[in-house]
Design a protein around this ligand. Sequence first.
Ligand code: CA
Ligand code: CA
Length: 405
Amino acid sequence: MTVRILWVAASLLFACPLAAVDPATRLYYQATGSLASDFDNDGSVGFTDFLAFTERFGAVVGEASYDVRFDLDSNGLIDFDDFLLFAEAFGNSSAPPQTTPDLALYVLDPGTSSIDVYNLKNHLAQGFLPFRNPGSMKVSADHERLYVNEQFGLFVLNDAHEVVYSVPGTSSGQLVLNKDETLAYAGEVGNDLIRVIDLIAQAAVDTIVVGNRPGKMAISPNGRWLYSANVSDISVVDLNQNAEVLRIDIDGSLNAIVIAPTGDRAYYSVVNRTTVGVIDTGTNAIIGEIQLEGEDVNDMKLSADGTRLLVNTSTSLVELDVARNLVVRSLMMAEGTSTLGITPDGLFAYIGSLEPLIFEPSVAVIDLSAWRLLGRIKGFTFPQEIAFRRTSFTPTEGDVALSLP
Ligand SMILES: [Ca+2]
Ligand SMILES: [Ca+2]
């Protein structure tokens, strides 16, 4: 528990970026169980994996030939014990974890002050986008643009990761877009306000005063209302007049807020009480709270069909049936969690998490149909936000260059 809290607290200290380590060598995927020996990620443990293993045999941590993926028992030495684990796994196979081709995973990591781009199809790091204290990102509905809010403003990137335009700002907070992507709302945590940015005019046009330390936001399906989860209350903002019309007091510290596709319910997560609350958006009254197990609760996302709410607790992914407000199932997979992303096809969850026992930051990959942990993408520092983008990427050597003004 202590390590987990330190991990979360550490994220607040990451004002200065660490040395930019090449993500091509830093990030790697490792399946759970016997498929950890599928070193080339082709779905089966076979002869090519054996050849790769023999090349690494005998290597010790610190040596150039040492590769942590082959150290199956994680003891710093690739030796006969690892070979026994490999031999046991030999011949095992499974379908690869992705059914949606050409998806890139974007992980916003304040620990490296960057966004790592990782190709889910070929399991290779695709790029490294350096930012200054990035706070939040969104992918456009057509997947062609990436919106990033960082310390010096909002940056809009094309599919080659080039900056198309930027709008200066002073505070990196959460970011949401309206449905037709003509307006962006960027939280300014320290100023207790939300900045309204006209994406056509490429300029900030208004500010909305909200509660103390605005965090995550959600916009109602009809586009009229914005709900902002502040530190201990929720601001209800009328977007027709860009003004807060109500502040809903919440007993506890908030993390996430989501609105049902029907628009009649909003759900919020209360970190320190491990609960998910339900608001009737017609009356804006709290109509109930669902108590979960564990030490805290943070990010949440609705399933693609809107019938299930997926919630990160300290150790598990929990699925709630939103029609009955009941826990359907939970899957233990971490010593701590940070952020939750669902693939656009709704089939997989990617969760910023600390790996059990070794407390190593990773992004856990969950098959939502089989309700099973498939593996982890390792090499992150603090996965704070996750997004997905379709890409026609073909792998090339080296990083994608990005220069900020
Ligand atoms: Ca293989
Ligand atoms: Ca070993």
